[in-house]
Write a protein that binds this ligand. Structure first.
Ligand SMILES: Nc1ncnc2c1ncn2[C@@H]1O[C@H](COP(=O)(O)OP(=O)(O)OP(=O)(O)O)[C@@H](O)[C@H]1O
Length: 211
């Protein structure tokens, strides 16, 4: 279980946010809220890009707050621009491999991950030639290889057309269940939340309210 307990954060001169939430493994926890309500701020706190001035954040009882972003058990997927355009799909996915993975083993694991996200055989293709949906799938393959139990998604389907959006979100649901990820989905699309969320919080006046 991922637990944030009264995580307090304030930008200078602004009222503080106080975030309390629980996210279970294999489940999607949706976060909604008006523009400017603090959704990205919450993700930044969970990822470790900003530091709270109080409260706790634990995963299965382990304190995450001392960990810098690069060693937190957390992956982040944004709306777009998740890939290096000058690299191939396989090279982008391979960035998720643990350091020290041998070349042959790495290649096999990348192929496996690309197949799992429905992109078997697309490895050599340049990222710049992939569709928006394919790019998000490559980013998910990299997340698979990184194998971190918390996945933060910031409006990951917003740049996709309706059909691609449906299949991509189904994939996120499947991967979350299969790999036991604690997936936190920031979205202001009610249909994404209705289709995917096991739990839903809305940010109202700096606090998370269970919907
Ligand atoms: N670095 C910063 N310094 C000062 N204020 C900030 C900073 N970043 C964000 N804010 C302010 O904090 C509030 C919350 O911003 P945040 O980006 O978390 O909201 P959001 O819910 O993600 O918005 P949106 O849906 O528009 O992306 C806003 O009022 C924003 O202007």
């Amino acid at each position: 279980m991922l637990r944030a307990d009264d995580l307090v954060f304030a930008y200078e001169g602004q009222a503080p946010y106080r975030f309390t939430l629980e996210a279970s493994p294999g489940e999607i926890t949706a976060i909604s809220g008006a523009s400017g309500s603090g959704k990205s701020t919450l993700l930044d706190l969970l990822a470790g890009f900003i530091r709270p001035r109080g409260g706790s954040l634990t995963l299965d009882g382990v304190d995450l707050l001392p960990l810098p972003p690069e060693t937190r058990p957390v992956s982040l997927l944004l709306q777009a621009d998740n890939l290096f355009e000058h690299l191939s799909a396989a090279e982008n996915a391979a960035l998720g491999l643990p350091r020290g993975t041998g070349r042959a083993a790495g290649r096999a694991r990348v192929e496996e991950a690309l197949a799992e996200v429905g992109l078997a055989g697309l490895g050599p293709q340049s990222a710049s030639t992939l569709s928006g949906g394919q790019k998000q799938r490559v980013a998910l393959a990299r997340t698979l290889l990184r194998d971190r139990p918390v996945l933060l998604l910031d409006e990951p389907f917003s740049a996709l057309d309706d059909e691609t959006r449906k299949t991509t979100r189904e994939l996120v649901g499947e991967l979350t269940r299969r790999h036991g990820w604690h997936t936190i989905l920031v979205s202001h699309h009610a249909d994404d939340i209705a289709a995917l969320a096991n739990r839903h919080y809305r940010i109202v006046e700096g606090r998370l309210e269970r919907v």
